[in-house]
Design a protein around this ligand. Structure first.
Ligand SMILES: NC(=O)c1ccc[n+]([C@@H]2O[C@H](COP(=O)([O-])OP(=O)(O)OC[C@H]3O[C@@H](n4cnc5c(N)ncnc54)[C@H](O)[C@@H]3O)[C@@H](O)[C@H]2O)c1
Length: 254
């Protein structure tokens, strides 16, 4: 899929992996809608990038706000790509120190944001892709974001790991379901990337996290995530697959 003169939606586009993806697709000649929370730096980024970038404040779990995001993208140019990066963790133990059961509400909130939000984005992106004329045998590509925590979640990551594993499970079904519409779906499962979540950690901690990666023994650069997203878009045979982007890290128990 050639994104030139087509539109791309990037959720969580104001920061980290999403922001790198926004910059990549602008550089490739697309119109990009940055969908992120109202308090994010999305408008500043759109102002910096000029007329091809738009910010639309939206929560990925909200149906009408996300529908608006895809409508704005469809008005700019045919929507061909959605890169869904919005997400976050949230620590939860099954039992707290006193032996009380962990909060069901907190579990539901994190699963809702990461997993239900992914389905909301996927289905609304697909609805907009389906309205377009196929080009070179396809209509659109949706890229979801999981995590290595889908397979190797750490203690405290129970809602996040459950949700990220759910995204892995969603990927092949979605690709099969949307094949007749000529829409592809892939997922990227990053290891440890140098985004604002990690940047806030002390330098020493960052260094030791980087050294825990077999090769290259460093944190991932968000540009490497964006480069893979662009390759998935370009390569028609990539479909229904979750790709680990992690320098061979396999998180051991802590
Ligand atoms: N950075 C890593 O090491 C890493 C590793 C594995 C997976 N991931 C995943 O990659 C994705 C991006 O992570 P990042 O490191 O770039 O994080 P980040 O915090 O830098 O960016 C996430 C963006 O998502 C936005 N966001 C959060 N909740 C939202 C909502 N409900 N609606 C709309 N936007 C929302 C935030 O405002 C923020 O701009 C996340 O899904 C994360 O779980 C990151």
């Amino acid at each position: 899929m050639d994104v030139r003169e087509n539109s791309v939606v990037v959720t969580g586009g104001a920061s980290g992996l999403g922001q790198a993806s926004v910059r990549k697709f602008i550089a490739l000649g697309a119109y990009v809608v940055i969908a992120d929370l109202p308090g994010s730096a999305g408008q500043e980024l759109a102002d910096e990038l000029g007329e091809r970038a738009r910010f639309v404040a939206a929560d990925v779990t909200d149906e009408s706000q996300m529908r608006r995001v895809f409508e704005v993208a469809g008005e700019l140019a045919p929507l061909r790509v959605c890169v869904h990066c919005a997400g976050r963790g949230g620590a939860l133990r099954i039992l707290d120190k006193e032996g009380n059961a962990g909060s069901l509400q907190h579990y539901e909130d994190i699963v809702s944001l990461n997993l239900v939000g992914s389905f909301n984005v996927l289905r609304l992106a697909a609805e907009q892709f389906a309205k377009t004329e196929p080009v070179n045998g396809e209509r659109g590509v949706c890229i979801l974001t999981s995590s290595v925590a889908a397979w190797e979640g750490q203690i405290g990551q129970i809602p996040y790991a459950s949700a990220k594993a759910g995204i892995v499970g969603m990927t092949l079904v979605a690709a099969r379901d949307l094949a007749s519409r000529l829409i592809r779906v892939c997922t990227i499962a990053p290891g440890i990337f140098d985004t604002p979540i990690i940047s806030r950690l002390p330098e020493q901690v960052k260094e030791s996290l980087g050294k825990s990666v077999p090769h290259p023994a460093r944190l991932g650069d968000p540009k490497e995530y964006a480069a893979l997203a662009a390759h998935i878009v370009e390569n028609q045979m990539l479909n229904g697959e979750t790709i680990r982007l992690d320098g061979a890290i396999r998180m051991g128990p802590r």
